[in-house]
Design a binder for this molecule. Structure first.
Ligand code: WTA
Length: 659
């Protein structure tokens, strides 16, 4: 690990929860937090059984809580049966929420559409009935490639209703990524839209599906369901394409939920790891939903009258847990936003908070930083121009939030009255792990504070030994928790090796470095592998490297992240061409081609910001690329560290960039 991790953070500001907030909070005060925390630590089985019985509706009650007999393949509530969609929708038809607004959809162009829990339930049932009539059955895999929409959420819920396993692919990924996922999950159904609307532009989606399905390994796909979003042109394959509205038409508004075992996979979501291919993170039905719902209630302090807005896309885990599942099970009214924060101008988020009287706002530091920048360039889009008095809680997720951005968010968006809840978690953890409880935990800007009740974490060295406070090391989760990843789809060895490597003594290795301060607060320092965080999106460096090397002109490639004030990290590529070192004009042309190539093969979000050309990559004598040194070059700095382990130290001086 790099030396920066051990640097001691100096952050003395502490923000205590206000008496008003504590008085009404789900977990009121630190004593209440400690009571829950201790209950879970001292009697984990009793705690989780109590929570699972109180929070979820079971079709068949469980008698076992945690089965550790095949660790690290943990099983939770495994003889119990339930249906996730019933827990998210049907429960609200009889608890007074039926006519309550479940979703407020705001389209890219500002058009608004609202659905109540009753209407959403009926919609989900019609879609589920349609899927049933096409012959889809429990356990089949469904790829969902849709824009942010009520339809995307309804389709996920319809899958859950029938025990179909969905895998949502973010609309910003390209044909190639889509194809990989269709093949890896062996999908029999793909659900997409004609186009998606973002920032006033229509971007084709169905066309990408059409191309993906011409490739090998996709023969199992029986149908492509198409949601008509824009009315744009699509090529129609009558033998397999069906409009979503056609399968819904004439269907009944009710559909019996299919009871599944608690361990039945609810979904598979791909995420980047430290080696080439993205991993299909497999989540369960029972344990996942329990934690999704509990954390929605605890961490967001959910109240019946709240209007909750999570700005994440359902293509990422944040949108799964805190739009489609946890927050819906908790009965919250939620905003679903199709567009981007900068369209028609960078006041869009603030305008929407004002318009819909949002009370809980959950976004990523990268969005906050870009809006800080926009507001300082153009005072008209500063949050002070909008009535944000409906806000009572602010959340942050996806990357470390720097104390300056935290303070700006707190003061300018939250009017210095809303707690800023920095939530650390991952696709693999299913829900929040380290996060403050707003009515209990004193806040320190830049820290995700303390583990939630039921969660045990530690900071350890290379051999899994606990480190003292103030020392940087590997963040681990030391006990299993209900929403944890169950396996990597189709690759159990990869699951065991990447998350439970032998040296970590059975702890879950998060892949982040962290340190704990003397108050027991956690500070996340960044990834310990080559995973990059670009505008809050998790991308694999090696995946982009392999894509670049597959280009006909490229001999070798290395990807590193360079700190960027807005996007967190910017992608920097070091390229060795098969031919000679290009001159200036050639370099500009090739850099353009390589960017287009990455956009096509992986997705526009993975395009390198800077491209450097050289004659050789710096490698150790054993042939490992020294990314640590390239990181320094990427920042335009001189390498002053000892480079004696390099096979050829001069390689660092020859890079020409940055295009
Ligand atoms: C990073 C997103 C610091 C971290 C929910 C983690 C964070 C990766 C935070 C997971 C936070 C997420 N502070 N870093 N509050 N939240 N991260 O799977 O590096 O897309 O490992 O899940 O994002 O990204 P993922």
């Amino acid at each position: 690990m790099s030396g920066t991790i051990d640097s001691i953070l100096v952050e003395n500001r502490v923000f205590e929860p206000t008496a008003d907030f504590i008085a009404q909070a789900a977990v009121p005060g630190m004593d209440a937090y400690r009571a829950l925390y201790d209950e879970a630590r001292d009697d984990p089985d009793g705690f989780w059984a109590r929570m699972a019985r109180e929070q979820l509706l079971w079709r068949k009650p469980f008698t076992r809580v945690l089965d550790e007999s095949d660790a690290p393949f943990y099983r939770w509530f495994d003889d119990g049966e339930l249906n996730v969609s019933e827990n998210c929708l049907d429960v609200h038809l009889s608890n007074g929420n039926a006519e309550k607004t479940a979703l407020i959809f705001e389209a890219d162009d500002g058009t608004v559409q609202k659905v109540s829990f009753r209407q959403l339930h009926a919609r989900v049932c019609r879609i589920a009935n349609g899927l049933k009539s096409l012959g889809y059955k429990k356990g089949e895999r469904v790829i969902i490639y849709l824009p942010m929409s009520i339809e995307a959420i309804a389709c996920m819920q319809a899958c859950a209703r029938l025990g179909l396993i969905h895998s949502v692919v973010f609309g910003g990924f390209s044909t190639k990524s889509l194809h990989q996922r269709i093949v890896d999950v062996q999908a029999s159904l793909v659900i997409t839209a004609d186009e998606q609307m973002r920032g006033g532009r229509a971007i084709p989606l169905k066309a990408a599906v059409d191309t993906a399905l011409t490739e090998e390994g996709t023969d199992l796909v029986r149908h492509v369901l198409v949601y008509r979003r824009s009315g744009g042109q699509v090529t129609w394959h009558a033998d397999r394409d069906i409009w979503l509205h056609d399968i819904e038409a004439g269907q009944a508004d009710t559909c019996e939920p299919v009871a599944v075992g608690a361990e039945h996979p609810l979904f598979i979501l791909y995420t980047s790891g430290s080696t080439g291919k993205p991993k299909g993170v497999q989540h369960s039905s029972g344990g996942y939903l329990l934690w999704a719902k509990l954390t929605s209630q605890w961490v967001f302090d959910a109240k019946p009258e709240d209007v909750f807005w999570c700005t994440a896309d359902v293509g990422w885990v944040t949108g799964h847990t805190y739009i489609t599942y946890g927050t819906m099970a908790a009965g919250l009214t939620q905003i679903v936003f199709e567009g981007v924060p900068s369209y028609p101008d960078s006041g869009r988020f603030w305008k929407m908070i004002e318009r819909h009287k949002v009370s809980i706002f959950y976004t990523a530091p990268t969005a906050i930083r870009s809006l800080i920048k926009a507001a300082s360039a153009d005072p008209a889009v500063h949050p002070s121009n909008y009535d944000l008095s409906s806000l009572r809680l602010l959340g942050s997720v996806g990357e470390p939030i720097n104390p300056e951005a935290w303070m700006w968010y707190h003061e300018n968006v939250g009017g210095a009255r809303c707690p800023v809840i920095d939530t650390w978690w991952q696709t693999e953890t299913g829900g929040h792990i380290l996060a403050p409880l707003p009515g209990a935990t004193p806040l320190k800007p830049g820290s995700c504070t303390l583990p939630l009740p039921g969660i045990s974490v530690d900071v350890v060295d290379e051999s899994g030994q606990s480190l003292p406070d103030g020392r940087g090391g590997f963040l681990v989760i030391t006990r299993p928790w209900p929403a944890m990843i169950r396996t990597v789809w189709g690759d159990a060895d990869r699951y065991a090796n990447s998350y439970f490597p032998p040296e970590m003594q059975g702890f879950y290795l998060a892949g982040d470095s962290a340190q704990r301060d003397s108050d027991g607060y956690y500070w996340i320092m960044g990834r310990t592998d080559d995973v990059l965080s670009v505008s809050g999106h998790r991308l694999g460096g090696t995946e982009i490297e392999s894509t670049l090397v597959a280009h006909e002109q490229v001999a070798e490639a290395a990807i590193v992240g360079r700190p960027d004030p807005v996007s967190g990290e910017a992608i920097v590529a070091f390229i060795i061409l098969k031919g000679d070192l290009p001159d200036e004009t050639q370099a500009i042309a090739i850099a353009g081609q390589l960017r287009d190539w990455v956009a096509r093969e992986v997705g526009p979000i993975a395009k390198p910001r800077d491209i450097w050309f050289g004659n050789a990559l710096p490698k150790t004598r054993s042939g490992k690329i020294m990314r640590r040194l390239l990181k320094i070059v990427a920042q335009g700095e001189e390498v002053t560290q000892d480079t004696s382990t390099l096979e050829n130290p001069d390689t660092l001086k020859q890079f020409r960039g940055a295009y």
